[in-house]
Each structure stands twice: as structure tokens, then as C-alpha cells.
Design a protein around this ligand. Structure first.
Ligand code: DX5
Ligand code: ZN
Length: 218
């Protein structure tokens, strides 16, 4: 199953619920929420209050990508706000196994995110217990950046590990996804495609969503 996850980071927040609806009309599968704290990443976005409003704007599952320090202190807040997927970064969690269990205790899908400089091997001890791996193809913090090609190798490695061990974690990619690269990334075994600027900075949000979705479903 291939899923498109528009990132509202690139949306016009004055029109947020309409913009989400346009993405939904275009075939979006998941709404991706980028949570940034100005400490782990050099940008600040929004917290559970907005996630809760997004939840009321759509029936689609909500994916909360936590780019914050001490994410363990906020898992419950995002779960209660309506998150269906929550991911935390490998790089800033001391007790990753515990945080994964914490996310799952809310009946939320648990993911771990890898920055461009973090190898997939760092997940060896938790890969059995996570629902998805999120590969950052840009340095987290901002929309509209260029796709970092070494991410392709990571997707191939994860797909191989998954096959060899008959595991069923999903592989998600985030950053720099567009109409020119999405098909190739899909063919390497990626399942969930986050796209911010390629969807919300286009002239027609529904058409841009549909175009990306068609490229991975054909
Ligand atoms: C970056 C965020 C991404 C971002 C993607 O830190 O995690 O989700 O919104 O934006 P694009 O698709 O424009 O690279
Ligand atoms: Zn993200």
C-alpha cells in the first residue's frame, strides 16, 4: 500500500481546514504535522492545539513528526490531540525503546526518524518493535529543500532488512519529494511519501496531490 502524506508545514494556515480538504479531495491518505521546538531544529511550528484542530478538519489519520527535545514529555498530549502515528528522532532520545512503548500504549503507531547523517544500523535493536521508520531526505526544520540522495540507499537497506526478516514496518520518506523523484523512490520499497511544498505551494492542491498519488500507484 502506497500512501501520500501532505505536510501542512507548507500550507496557508489562514485557510488550513480548506487546504486539508483540497488535499483530501486529491487523494491524500494521511495528514503529516511537523512539530518543531526551536531547539532540536532551528524553527518553531505548532503544538497539540493545532493538531487537535487538524483532527477536527479531516477524517484522515494524523501523523505527528516530533522534531522536539524531550519528546517523551509530549507523547500523551499529541495522542490525546488525535495523532494516529507519532515519530520521534533517533538522535535526541536517550531511551528510545521506552518512548516507543510509550507511544504504543496510546494505541498510536510508533515510528523512529533518522536524520540524513544517521545510519539505518542505529535502529537494529528496535526495528522489531516499531511500526514505521521515517527517513529524512533533508535536514529537518524547513520545507522546500533539496532531496539528499544518500536517503535512497537507506530505503534500499531497510527494504532488504524487512524482506530478509519477514518484518512489516513501513518505510516513510520526508523532504524534497516531488513529481520527478517519487516514482523512483517508490520502486525502491518506500511506502509513505510526505510532501509539503510539492502539494501546498502548487496552484492546485487537489491536482498536485492526485498527480503524486498516480505516480506511485501505477
Ligand atoms: C522538514 C519537514 C518536512 C517538510 C517537507 O523538517 O519534516 O515534513 O514539511 O517539505 P518539502 O516536501 O517541501 O520538502
Ligand atoms: Zn516531517
Amino acid at each position: 500500500m502506497k500512501l501520500i502524506a501532505p505536510s501542512i508545514l507548507s500550507a496557508d494556515f489562514k485557510e488550513l481546514s480548506n487546504q486539508i480538504r483540497y488535499a483530501e479531495i486529491g487523494g491524500a491518505d494521511i495528514i503529516h504535522c511537523d512539530i518543531m521546538d526551536g531547539s532540536f531544529v532551528p524553527n518553531i511550528t505548532f503544538g497539540p492545539l493545532i493538531v487537535e484542530a487538524v483532527k477536527r478538519s479531516t477524517k484522515l489519520p494524523i501523523d505527528c513528526h516530533l522534531m522536539i527535545d524531550n519528546p517523551q514529555n509530549f507523547i500523551g498530549h499529541f495522542a490525546k490531540a488525535g495523532a494516529d502515528y507519532i515519530s520521534v528522532h533517533q538522535e535526541n532520545v536517550n531511551h528510545l525503546y521506552r518512548v516507543i512503548e510509550q507511544i504504543k500504549s496510546y494505541d498510536v503507531k510508533a515510528g523512529v526518524v533518522l536524520n540524513p547523517a544517521t545510519p539505518v544500523e542505529t535502529l537494529e535493536c528496535v526495528i522489531d518493535v516499531i511500526d514505521f521508520v521515517l527517513i529524512m531526505a533533508v535536514n529537518p526544520g524547513f520545507e522546500g529543500q533539496k532531496f539528499i540522495n544518500s536517503s535512497l540507499e537507506k530505503i534500499m537497506k531497510l527494504n532488504k532488512i524487512r524482506k530478509e526478516n519477514s518484518q512489516n514496518f513501513l518505510i516513510e520518506i520526508d523532504g524534497g519529494i516531488n513529481r520527478d523523484n517519487i516514482k523512483n523512490i517508490s520502486d525502491l520499497g518506500c511506502d509513505i511519501f510526505v510532501a509539503g511544498s510539492a502539494i501546498f505551494r502548487s496552484d492546485n492542491i487537489s491536482a498536485a496531490t492526485a498527480e503524486l498519488k498516480n505516480l506511485i500507484t501505477i
